[in-house]
Design a protein around this ligand. Structure first.
Ligand SMILES: [Zn+2]
Ligand SMILES: [Zn+2]
Length: 365
């Protein structure tokens, strides 16, 4: 329902102001340090419900995904701009109030919120629709309060209208692992029938495999993963071949997405590419532990014949929206296991201990 009656809008704004005096529950990071069972990093706080400013929405959070990035924030690898901070950047909720100047008609609609909470809108990357590279972007749940809470605010320009048919909880992993995987897949510039490789098979890999099978039905997908469990999961989802991260395949692959934290699989992948092949690295950082392997980089073996290499950083609004629409069309149904908001510490610990089957999601209201 879209409300256009101006007097009703005034009433809603008054209600929004009243909400500002109400309190809500939020699980917030108060201090940084290693995440362990004896050191639960999030504290359940009662805080005021935020009031949306101009061109912002107040979103009642239904569900928020739990991501490795939260662990990076807590452990200080990508620290919050200030403390205490409410993390969470895979948010599904409904827009219950809007500030002055909102124009997109999102009030009372179901919306998603992803990593980019806002961007400057003026730099050369923003002007090209590449706000993922904006040097002044603000990250949801790191620089601005995120979705481990009953309510949050977001600029309406960075809220994503959700297609019908996707469940609240099932949508949350699409807003991060799904969208960044979708961006990586787009950068592969695959043509139907060309062979795709996935090196590493985590939260993003299992969604990318399903997207690739839908978009490029004649393309065989080769999955390189360390654990037996991951390889079995990949086969179940339709991988044509599975093997370890450094296993050889007989014929060259046209594109490979690498999601591992190491360098050895990168060299193996470059070698596995066919002439003209493209390697896309979808990793925030590479561990230094095996970087001496780069000394064995051999121009002829790894790069010559127009092989190319690129990386993926964050996601644009366009990636998020295209990924959501594609997920609804397939339909893609990520496996999720849910936790109540107050058990966010348990969800984070489970994630750190690792098991890719199913994204962890906080079910909030
Ligand atoms: Zn994430
Ligand atoms: Zn910018």
């Amino acid at each position: 329902m879209v409300i256009t009656d101006p007097s009703f809008k005034l009433l809603l704004n008054a209600a929004a102001a009243a909400i500002g005096t109400l309190e809500m529950k939020a699980m917030r990071i108060h201090k940084l340090g290693p995440l362990s069972p004896g050191n639960p990093p999030l504290v359940e706080d009662d805080v005021p419900v935020p009031v949306p400013g101009p061109s912002e929405l107040l979103v009642k959070v239904h569900a928020c995904g739990v991501c490795h990035t939260e662990i990076d924030e807590i452990e200080g690898r990508t620290p919050p701009a200030n403390l205490p901070m409410t993390p969470g950047h895979q948010v599904v909720g409904s827009a219950v109030s809007e500030g002055r100047g909102c124009r997109r008609g999102l009030l009372n609609q179901r919306v998603g919120i992803a990593w980019i909470h806002s961007a400057c809108g003026e730099c050369r990357w923003c002007l090209q629709g590449r706000e993922n590279l904006c040097p002044r972007f603000s990250a949801c749940g790191r620089d601005a309060a995120g979705g481990y809470a009953e309510y949050m605010v977001v600029p309406e320009a960075f809220a994503h209208l959700l297609p019908a048919g996707l469940g609240d909880q099932e949508t949350t992993p699409l807003l991060c692992a799904g969208a960044v995987g979708y961006r990586a897949l787009s950068l592969c510039k695959l043509v139907n029938g060309q062979a795709l490789g996935l090196t590493g098979f985590g939260a993003s890999g299992h969604l990318v495999l399903q997207m690739a099978k839908h978009l490029y039905p004649d393309s065989p997908v080769f999955v390189f993963a360390r654990s037996e469990k991951e390889r079995a999961f990949a086969s179940e989802l339709g991988a044509a071949w599975t093997g370890n991260t450094t296993d050889r395949v007989e014929s060259g692959l046209d594109a490979i997405i690498d999601t591992t934290p190491a360098w050895l699989p990168v060299l193996s992948a470059m070698e596995a590419l066919a002439p003209g092949g493209r390697l896309v690295i979808n990793a925030i950082r590479k561990e230094a532990s095996d970087h001496e392997i780069l000394a064995s980089l051999d121009y002829e073996r790894h790069l010559w014949r127009e092989k190319s290499l690129s990386t993926v950083a964050n996601v644009t609004r366009r990636d998020v929206r295209e990924c959501l629409n594609l997920a609804a069309e397939i339909p893609l149904e990520p496996h999720v296991s849910t936790f109540p908001l107050e058990s966010a510490n348990d969800a984070l610990l489970e994630l750190k201990q690792g098991d890719i089957r199913g994204a962890r999601v906080l079910s909030i209201s």
